[in-house]
Design a protein around this ligand. Structure first.
Ligand SMILES: Nc1ncnc2c1ncn2[C@@H]1O[C@H](COP(=O)(O)OP(=O)(O)OP(=O)(O)O)[C@@H](O)[C@H]1O
Length: 612
C-alpha cells in the first residue's frame, strides 16, 4: 500500500475546489460558446424526440395491425420509422459535430491559459516542479477535461430522454410509472456514493501518470550524462517502480470503476422483473392494450439506460473534473515574486544596492544573510569565490527570478519590487554559463531579444563581437541553423552568439556567468574582444572564471558562504595576501601566460588565512 501511494502527494500549488466553484470556472470557459451550445441543446431535443418516437409508433401500429387497415398501417409505420430514424441520425450528427467544435475551442483556451500561467511562474516553481508533471497538466489533463465536456453533452441528451419516457409512462399508466420511479433513488444514491471514491482514485491515477512523464522527461534530458557514466541500467531501474506504480494505481481505478456496473445492473434487473410481473398482470386483467404493454416494456428499458449510463460515466466525469481541478490549480498558483507597485522604468543608470538582504532557496537554508553591496552605475564588478559561495544567487536576485525574504534591493535608488518587471528585464542582459539557443538560425537567435531588429542591426551586432571573424567559420554565416539547443555550434560559438544577442538588446545592466568550459585560444580571444564591447559603459556583474576578466574589473568582490569577505582591485588584493589570494591560487594562477606547473602561487598571510 505504502509503495503504491508513494510520490502521489499533491504539488505545493495543488488545491481542492468545491464542486460549485469548479462548475463556475468550467462555465466561464463555455461563455463564448453560448450560441453554439443553444444549437447543441436544440439538436439534442430534436434527436431525443425522434428516438422516443420509435416505441410510440410501434405501439400505435400494434393496436392497428389487425383488421382492414392493416396494410396501410404497415406502410405508415415503415415510412414514419424510416423518417424519424433518419432525422434522429441527422440531429445527432449536427450535435456531435458542434460539440466537437465547442470542446475544441474550450480546450485550446484552457491550454493557452495553462501555458501562460507556467510562463508567469518564477524560477522557484521550475526548481520545485519536474517538467514532466507540468507537461502532463498542459496536455493530457486538458484532454481529459475535453472528454468530460463531451460526456456532459451526452448526459444531457440522456436525461432528456429520461424525462420524455417518464412523461409517456405517466400518460399510459400512473401506477406502473410510479413503480418504475420508485427504484430511481436507489440508483441515484449508489451513483452519489461512488462519486467520492471515483474522484480520489482518479486523482491518484493522474498523478501517477504525471510521475511517469516526469521520469521520462528527466531521462531524455540527462541521457548523455547517463550514457557517459554507463548508468543506463540505473536509469531503467528507477523507471521500473514508477511505471509499476502507475500500473497498480490504474488497475485499482479499473476495479473501482468496474464494480459499479454489475451493482447497478442487479438493481435495474430486479426492478424490471417487478415491473414485468405487475404490468403483465394488468394486461391479463384487460386494463392495458397489447400496444400499451409493448410501449411499457420499451419504456422500462429506455428508462434504465440513461440512469445506468449516468452512473457509469460518473467515473469519467470525475476524471475530467479532477483534470480540470489540476489545470486550474496550475493556472491559479500564486507567484512568489510579486511586484507590489509596478511603475514604468525609464533608461536605467545601472546603480545596484543590496541592503541587509536575506535569501534562501528553501525555508530551512540561508544563502545570503543580511548581505550588503553597492555597485555604482557603469562599474564592472567581478564576483569570485569557491563553488556554492552564492555568486550566481546574487545575479538571480537582481534578475528577480527569485523572491528574497528580507532587506531591500534598490535599482537606481528605487525598490526593485516597484519596477515594472517586463520593462526592467528588458534592460537586463543575462549571459549564462552555457547559453541556451533556440532552434533556428544564428541570426534568429541574435534577434531574439528584439524581434523588430532589422537584418542590418543583426549584422552590426554580430560584427561588433570580435570583428565578426567568427561568422566566417560558420557554413552559412548568420543563416547557419543552430540545431536543437544550439547543438550544431561549438560551446565557444554559442557564447559568441549570446554576446551578440546582448548587444542587440542594449541593456543597462549585464549579468554574465563566465563559462568554465575551456575553448580554443582563438575563440577565447574572440570572446574576450566581445566581452570588452558588451561590458563597456554598462553596469556589469561578472561571475568570473577567467583571469583576464578579473584583472580588467573595476572591483573584485570575494564571496564566501554568502558573505563578502574581501573587495578591491586585482593589484590591491594581491598585495593584501588575504582570501582573494587563496582563490587566485586555486582558480586563476594557472591561467597566467607565464604559468609553469607548480609555480605562480601568491603568498597568503597567516592572519588572513587563520580568519577562515
Ligand atoms: N535552485 C536552487 N535551489 C536550491 N538551492 C540552490 C539553488 N541554486 C543554488 N542553490 C544553493 O545555494 C548556494 C549558493 O549557490 P550559487 O549557485 O549562488 O553558488 P555559486 O557561488 O554561484 O557557485 P558556482 O560557482 O558553483 O556556480 C549553494 O549552496 C547551492 O547549493
Amino acid at each position: 500500500m505504502g509503495f503504491i501511494m508513494d510520490g502521489l502527494d499533491a504539488e505545493d500549488y495543488d488545491r481542492t475546489y468545491g464542486d460549485r466553484e469548479l462548475v463556475r470556472r468550467v462555465g466561464r470557459y463555455f461563455k463564448p460558446a453560448l450560441a453554439g451550445m443553444g444549437l447543441v441543446a436544440l439538436t439534442i431535443l430534436l434527436a431525443t424526440v425522434m428516438q422516443a418516437a420509435f416505441p410510440v409508433l410501434v405501439s400505435w401500429g400494434l393496436d392497428r395491425i389487425e383488421g382492414p387497415q392493416a396494410g396501410s398501417t404497415i406502410t405508415i409505420l415503415v415510412v414514419s420509422i424510416l423518417v424519424t430514424g433518419m432525422l434522429a441520425w441527422f440531429f445527432n450528427y449536427i450535435r456531435q459535430a458542434m460539440t466537437a467544435r465547442i470542446v475544441g475551442d474550450v480546450v485550446i483556451t484552457l491550454r493557452r491559459d495553462a501555458f501562460a500561467a507556467v510562463m508567469r511562474r518564477d524560477m522557484s516553481f521550475y526548481d520545485e516542479t519536474p517538467s514532466g508533471k507540468v507537461v502532463s497538466r498542459i496536455t493530457s489533463d486538458t484532454d481529459d477535461f475535453a472528454t468530460v465536456v463531451t460526456l456532459v453533452m451526452n448526459l444531457l441528451s440522456q436525461v432528456l430522454l429520461l424525462v420524455f419516457v417518464t412523461a409517456l409512462l405517466f400518460q399510459r399508466d400512473v401506477g406502473l410509472a410510479l413503480l418504475t420511479l420508485a427504484i430511481t433513488p436507489i440508483i441515484v444514491a449508489m451513483a452519489l456514493g461512488f462519486r467520492k471514491v471515483a474522484r480520489d482514485t482518479t486523482r491518484k491515477a493522474q498523478r501517477s501518470l504525471s510521475r511517469v512523464n516526469a521520469n521520462v522527461q528527466e531521462m531524455m534530458g540527462g541521457i548523455a550524462v547517463a550514457k557517459n557514466f554507463r548508468q543506463e541500467q540505473t536509469v531503467y531501474e528507477e523507471f521500473g517502480p514508477i511505471n509499476e506504480q502507475s500500473y497498480q494505481v490504474t488497475v485499482r481505478q479499473g476495479f473501482v470503476f468496474s464494480s459499479i456496473f454489475p451493482l447497478l445492473f442487479i438493481v435495474a434487473g430486479l426492478g424490471t422483473v417487478a415491473l414485468v410481473q405487475v404490468g403483465g398482470t394488468t394486461v391479463l386483467g384487460g386494463d392495458l392494450s397489447a400496444g400499451d404493454w409493448y410501449l411499457f416494456l420499451q419504456a422500462v428499458a429506455l428508462f434504465w439506460f440513461p440512469l445506468t449510463s449516468i452512473a457509469s460515466f460518473w467515473s469519467q466525469f470525475q476524471q475530467g473534473l479532477s483534470a480540470a481541478e489540476r489545470v486550474f490549480a496550475l493556472v491559479d498558483a500564486t507567484p512568489r515574486v510579486i511586484q507590489h507597485d509596478p511603475q514604468p522604468v525609464p533608461r536605467l543608470r545601472g546603480e545596484i544596492e543590496f541592503q541587509q538582504v536575506v535569501f534562501g532557496y528553501t525555508v530551512d537554508q540561508r544563502v545570503l544573510n543580511e548581505f550588503n553591496v553597492h555597485i555604482r552605475p557603469g562599474e564592472t564588478v567581478a564576483l569570485v569565490g569557491h563553488t556554492g559561495a552564492g555568486k550566481s544567487t546574487l545575479g538571480k536576485l537582481i534578475t528577480r527570478f527569485y523572491e528574497f525574504q528580507g532587506g531591500h534591493i534598490l535599482i537606481d535608488g528605487r525598490d526593485i519590487r516597484s519596477l515594472d518587471l517586463a520593462e526592467y528585464r528588458r534592460q537586463l542582459g543575462v549571459v549564462p554559463q552555457s547559453p541556451f539557443l533556440f532552434s533556428g538560425t544564428v541570426a534568429d537567435n541574435i534577434r531574439y531579444p528584439r524581434p523588430d531588429a532589422t537584418d542590418e542591426d543583426v549584422v552590426v551586432a554580430a560584427r561588433q563581437v570580435a570583428g565578426g571573424d567568427w561568422l566566417e567559420i560558420l557554413p552559412e554565416g548568420l543563416e547557419t541553423e543552430v540545431g536543437e539547443h544550439g547543438k550544431s555550434l561549438s560551446m565557444g560559438q554559442r557564447q559568441l552568439v549570446a554576446l551578440a544577442r546582448v548587444l542587440i538588446q542594449d541593456p543597462a545592466i549585464v549579468i554574465l556567468d563566465e563559462a568554465t568550459a575551456s575553448v580554443d585560444p582563438l575563440t577565447e580571444a574572440q570572446i574576450q574582444e566581445g566581452l570588452d564591447v558588451v561590458l563597456a559603459d554598462r553596469t556589469s556583474i561578472v561571475i568570473a572564471h577567467r583571469l583576464s576578466t578579473i584583472e580588467h574589473a573595476d572591483r573584485i568582490i570575494v564571496i564566501e558562504a554568502g558573505r563578502i569577505v574581501e573587495e578591491g582591485t586585482h593589484q590591491s588584493l594581491m598585495q593584501a595576501g588575504g582570501h582573494y589570494c587563496q582563490v587566485y591560487n586555486t582558480y586563476f594562477r594557472h591561467q597566467s601566460p607565464n604559468y609553469r606547473p607548480g609555480t605562480g602561487f601568491v603568498p597568503v598571510l597567516a592572519g588572513e588565512a587563520a580568519a577562515d
